[in-house]
Design a protein around this ligand. Structure first.
Ligand code: GLA
Length: 721
């Protein structure tokens, strides 16, 4: 049983395949967390209770004990998991145990994305109910163990069982103490065009926040943190990690207390979210996925990948191989017409591409990025036959057709804005800050949600559209609503996300066979919340393969390759100006959902042949690339080489990808050491026919024939024989 309760010592033991998470009901201190780490057998654990501080001291209970749900006014002085301002004007909250239940399966979270199960046997859930006697605030702390996936999910449901309104100021989905302070924090930091750079920093004696206040999870920080030991590497050592299944502002913390113990937490960001909880009302926090790995960072990522690919992503496309696509954005930007589109599609068909995606610029009068968002009506100057006409012509060429939308936005120069100037997020009497000359629709409003659902759906109904790119190109400034009372204005960011999720749920379920891909100025909202609705995301607007090594490497800390859009674009690259070979560009794009983002008609015959060959390779191995196990081997953040491998088809197919940044004069021979192969099995290199033992590939390594140019790449395909 993955969750047990021992009546005599009041310990809940949550066990995954390789981890244990031990909670205890303490008569004075409430709910404690005694242990999270490698799996323990059932047995005595309460001996740890008094080992979180030294001599009796100035400090009070909640700071000396490993509190699971810290609140204010209890002697705990870090970020609380739960905090509510009450009618008396204070935020004291003392949670005492009421009851608990252990049930098979996992509950869906109303209105929010979450890990799901397909059978109750996949999961066991513990709900512990606690209450503040004075205010009546009830907290249902929900824990689900997904034993086979070796992960734990957590969320809180907060209910006002009192007679007065409460203002929720802190709602951390997960908060957990860890013994000791010798951890390093890993977070994924970035900006537009350089998303999810891996940053690893020793924890100091100060609290660390990883957060977004942008109204989107954002380019700057991803809703994920990991704490690791100093000796944790990609392949070995411990990692404790949390990822939030949410697409808006968030806060993750790593805090070291005065007894040199650490707490990590993740949840909504209290800086931009305060919630009014009326008597009888409930608030559901987003869900956090918690993973512990004793097998290094790859062990952590394997667990995240499995759960996100199979039990966060949903629908028709979840287990299907994804089409090779071509997108016209970097080929034409706004300057296209039907003929140009069909020429690109025709050339793409010639090399085996399966889907053509028409990007921004097809609607309203959108010749630049200064107008028409919200007016989802085709521009017949560019496409005289409408979307239906161009889609059918693309279909006749033998390609499926996909379309770009940016449904959450409104241009001040649009018919929609002229009709509904109050439909954007704004504050009366203040200017409306434009970014990329656009404002954000107020999706906290039901009528605005309905408009977006109908506007997108009517285009999807009107033409044979197989794919949608759902973009979102700015962050929030005046994140307030014209439709809300003053006391609830600080709810707007979260209400927006709830509205967005309603819109996404309605549209994706009305068009179940359409492949949806998320996008936000590249990868600005690449999170597990979005992947619940759309199984893939545009990883970055930066298509430079050298930059992409780091972006894709960092993204893979949490998100599997099947979620990452990766395209071959023109050289010199439009973002960096760097020139690279077509082979390097294709070999890097092979690390995600492969596609093109250029006009193939502008390539040389030799380059076209390289593209044709790349498409052939992708089609031959995409089952392994998209559904196999992905493992990082060499980090582009640490050296001149990067390498990763995919193992699929029950270990029979293996793809190894290696990359070089700069050429060195008279170099030594570099070897790559693979991992996770069967030591006694033999693997044949598809190109050379040479056969290697798994043990040799892992322990002796595979020499890479030196490449005498900058930005080189090697792809090996092995078959187990
Ligand atoms: C964003 C996307 C790009 C492209 C443009 C269109 O920047 O990330 O891929 O769709 O918008 O305006």
């Amino acid at each position: 049983m993955p969750i047990s309760f021992n009546e005599s010592d009041k310990v809940f033991h949550l066990q995954g395949k390789t981890f244990s998470y031990c909670l205890m009901l303490h008569p004075e201190q409430g709910l404690l967390n005694l242990y999270w780490g490698s799996r323990l057998p059932d047995g005595e654990i309460t001996y740890l209770i008094n080992s979180f501080w030294g001599l009796a001291s100035f400090d009070l209970g909640a700071n000396r004990f490993p509190t699971e749900l810290p609140t204010r006014g209890t002697g705990y002085y870090g970020t609380p998991a739960v905090c509510a301002l009450n009618a008396q004007g204070n935020d004291l909250t003392k949670l005492t145990y009421v009851s608990h239940a252990i049930v098979p399966g996992k509950r869906r979270l109303e209105g929010l994305p979450a890990v799901y199960t397909e059978a109750d046997s996949e999961a066991t859930t513990l709900v512990i109910t606690l209450k503040d006697a004075l205010t009546g605030l009830t907290v249902e702390a929900e824990y689900t163990v997904l034993e086979d996936l070796d992960a734990l999910t957590r969320s809180l449901r907060l209910t006002n069982g009192g007679a007065e309104r409460l203002t929720l100021t802190h709602m951390q989905s997960a908060s957990a103490p860890l013994y000791g302070d010798d951890y390093e924090l890993i977070n994924l930091n970035g900006a537009w065009a350089r998303e999810r750079q891996v940053v690893r920093t020793p924890l100091g004696r100060a609290n660390t926040r990883v957060e977004s206040q942008r109204g989107a999870s954002g380019h700057e920080q991803n809703p994920f943190i990991a704490l690791v030991k100093k000796d944790t590497t990609e392949q070995a050592g411990s990692a404790w990690a949390m990822a939030l299944v949410y697409s808006g502002s968030f806060l993750a913390t790593a805090e070291v207390n005065n007894f040199y113990n650490t707490r990590m937490s993740i949840g909504l960001n209290p800086e931009v979210c305060r919630w009014q909880l009326d008597p009888g009302a409930s608030f559901q926090t987003p869900e956090a996925i918690l993973v512990y790995s004793a097998e290094g960072l790859n062990g952590m990522s394997h667990r995240f990948h499995r759960i996100i690919r199979t039990r966060v992503a949903r629908g028709y496309w979840r287990d299907k191989v994804r089409p090779v696509l071509i997108n016209n954005w970097e080929a034409t930007y706004f300057g296209f017409n039907e003929e140009l589109i069909l020429n690109i599609a025709r050339a793409a068909k010639e090399i085996g591409v399966e889907l053509f995606v028409l990007d921004d610029g097809w609607f309203g009068k959108r010749d630049r990025d200064n107008c028409s968002l919200g007016d989802w009506v085709v521009d017949r100057r560019k496409l005289p036959g409408g979307i239906e006409g161009v889609a059918r012509k693309v279909n006749e060429l033998g390609l499926r057709f996909g379309l770009w939308f940016e449904p959450e936005m409104i241009s001040p120069d649009s018919d929609l804005y002229r009709a509904h100037p109050d439909w954007c997020l704004h504050v009366d009497g203040r200017s409306r800050t434009e970014a990329r000359q656009q404002l954000i629709l107020d999706l906290s409003r039901k009528e605005v949600q309905d408009y977006v659902i109908e506007a997108v759906s009517s285009v999807l109904r009107s033409a044979p559209i197989s794919y949608v790119k759902w973009d979102m190109n700015r962050n929030m400034t005046e994140y307030f609503s014209g439709d809300q009372t003053p006391d609830r204005q600080m709810e707007t960011q979260h209400r927006y996300i709830l509205g967005l999720y309603r819109v996404l749920e309605e549209i994706t379920s009305a068009f179940p066979e359409v492949l949806f891909e998320g996008c936000s100025g590249g990868g600005g909202r690449f999170d597990a919340g979005f992947l619940y609705y759309m199984p893939q995301f545009w990883t970055s607007d930066d298509t430079d393969p050298v930059e992409r090594l780091g972006i894709q490497y960092g993204t893979s800390f949490v998100y599997p390759p099947a979620t990452m859009g990766a395209h071959v674009s023109a050289s010199p690259n439009h973002q960096t100006g760097r020139a690279t070979s077509i082979k390097m560009r294709a070999d890097v794009a092979l690390g995600g959902n492969f596609g093109f983002e250029l006009d193939l008609n502008k390539l040389t015959q030799e380059e076209i042949e390289a593209c044709r060959k790349a498409v052939e390779t992708v089609k031959a191995v995409r089952g392994t690339l998209q559904q196999g196990e992905f493992t990082r081997l060499e980090s582009p953040f640490e050296g001149n080489f990067a390498a990763w491998q995919f193992v699929g088809n029950e270990g029979r197919d293996v793809v190894l990808c290696a990359y070089q940044r700069l050429v060195a004069p008279n170099p030594g021979c570099h070897r790559v050491f693979m991992t996770g192969l069967c030591p006694d099995a033999r693997y044949r290199d598809a190109e050379s026919g040479q056969v290697f033992s798994g043990a040799a590939l892992m322990h002796a390594g595979l020499p890479l024939r030196p490449i005498r140019s900058d930005f080189g790449s090697w792809i090996f395909r092995f078959e187990r024989v």
